[in-house]
Design a protein around this ligand. Structure first.
Ligand code: SF4
Ligand code: SF4
Length: 454
């Protein structure tokens, strides 16, 4: 019996050692030096008690070895027990629609002295003082900002200019030849094809009133009532590159945002053109030309939940995605997502984005009832004012979020545990802080972006 116990202790030591070495190697590959160092140190320290008890003879060795094994396996079993896994939350419906004119992008486009400027601040005088603050800053992608980088800003500009050039393609004539399609088959077709085009995920929902802005707030749509009679909305997500996000809030984040707005936009434009080509109406909703609130559509289409920072939290990439949408009258089969409480539960505990937010825009409180929905709301003015100082869209919240870790076996095992047990969520948060830091460091710009000094 004592011999068997020794063998088990040595085997457990070997498993712990190998797992920690593997985690260290994965972290090195991810350029997470702090996490790698800690995994490697732990790979030396943690197996030691098992090895000592397995190899060295002394009084009470059997009892000590057995106690150590019990202390190892009981917490493991407890963490694996599904606790709070099936707790779903009632999907609440906002009581009113969002007016796009209230979004910061719309307010940023108001030209002082213009008719729209006067009309807006006469109607919303409480917003004038806050907006005067961001108007005094240099602004997004301008040279006089703290994160100015001539090449990366030019690269971001290039993405946004390309999106601009594509904006008029969101809608178009519908083919006169309607192809009769089976709703289930064409739904699958669009989902599979969109992934081949580069989408990480695609979901379908019935288009609901609260998905739509009440009034347009950008360019020629400004002040016009949004009218969209389509029955369905298809949401697509694309991945934001982890390396680019890790350097947030430097210039890499706006470069990556621009690129992924473009990538997601192209997928939506292609899907909308395809649907019109088979004889049904379809409108793409892409950066700067949305009639819908994309995170709400994506959530209802089953692509994720809305977290503390107000972004869509997806199962595999957390908030590290961009979204585009197509609305259509093509008959489709909507997804029927089960809304999992685990993300909301983890966000309630975590608050890492709130701690790291340089604009102090993210709430530390629990969700509040806003417009009939229990949710978190960021201080959008504080966030946007910081963007105008940095010249980038910041993204620090996205980079520090534990759900933003890469989509690989190690982090997916943790994600599985987060969804499985509330005890696991508590432990995982402590471990994330230990390995990556409560306020993870901002990664430096990649070498290829560093310009030679003249
Ligand atoms: S950082 Fe934490 S609190 Fe913030 S969105 Fe991510 S999981 Fe939620
Ligand atoms: S983008 Fe930056 S300023 Fe805005 S909420 Fe996130 S961390 Fe805060």
């Amino acid at each position: 019996m004592a011999h068997l116990l020794s063998s088990i202790l040595i085997a457990v030591a070997a498993v712990i050692f190998l797992l920690l070495i593997w985690a260290g190697m994965v972290s090195l590959k991810e350029q997470e030096r702090r996490a790698a160092n800690r995994f490697f140190w732990l790979s030396v320290l943690l197996p030691l008690p098992y090895l000592l008890l397995g190899l060295i003879s002394f009084d009470f060795r059997f009892e000590a070895g057995l106690t150590l094994l019990i202390l190892t396996f009981i917490p493991l079993i407890i963490f694996l027990i599904p606790l709070g896994r099936n707790k779903t939350y009632r999907q609440q419906v906002p009581m009113s629609k969002i007016d796009e004119r209230d979004t910061m992008f719309s307010r940023n486009e108001l030209k002082p002295g213009s008719k729209q400027f006067e009309e807006y601040y006469n109607r919303k005088p409480e917003k004038k003082k806050k907006d005067d603050i961001f108007r005094k800053k240099a602004g997004l992608l301008q040279p006089a900002v703290s994160q100015y980088h001539p090449l990366n800003f030019a690269a971001a500009d290039a993405s946004f200019e390309t999106i601009e050039a594509l904006k008029h393609k969101v809608d178009g004539p519908v083919s006169g030849k309607t192809i009769e399609v089976d709703p289930a088959s064409v739904s699958d077709y669009i989902k599979i094809w969109s992934k081949k085009l580069g989408a990480v995920d695609c979901g379908i929902t019935k288009l609901k009133g609260y998905h739509l802005y009440s009034f347009g707030g950008r360019a020629e749509r400004y002040g016009k009532k949004v009218v969209n009679e389509h029955q369905f909305a298809i949401a697509f997500t694309v991945e934001m590159d982890k390396e680019m996000v890790d350097s947030a809030p430097t210039s890499t984040i706006v470069m990556e945002s621009g690129q992924q707005y473009l990538e997601s936009g192209i997928i939506a434009l292609q899907a909308a053109a395809f649907i019109r080509g088979i004889g049904y109406e379809a409108r793409a909703h892409i950066d700067g030309n949305y009639e819908v609130v994309c995170p709400l559509v994506a959530r209802d289409a089953g692509l994720g939940e809305i977290g503390r920072m107000g972004l869509l939290m997806t199962p595999r990439l957390g908030p590290r995605v961009r979204i585009s949408v197509v609305t259509t009258n093509l008959p489709l089969i909507p997804d029927n997502p089960v809304h999992d409480h685990s993300v909301i539960d983890f966000c309630t505990l975590c608050k890492k984005c709130a701690d790291a937010c340089p604009g102090k825009a993210i709430s530390f409180n629990d969700r509040e009832e806003i417009d009939g929905v229990k949710r978190w709301q960021i201080k959008q003015e504080a966030c946007f004012t910081l963007w105008c100082e940095l010249g980038t869209d910041c993204g620090r919240c996205m980079s520090v979020c534990p759900y933003s870790h890469p989509d690989n076996l190690m982090h997916n095992m943790v994600r599985k545990g987060l969804g499985n047990s509330s005890l696991f969520r508590m432990a995982a948060l402590k471990l994330d802080d230990y390995f990556y830091g409560r306020k993870p460091s901002i990664k430096p710009l990649q070498d290829w972006m560093n310009l030679p000094k003249k």
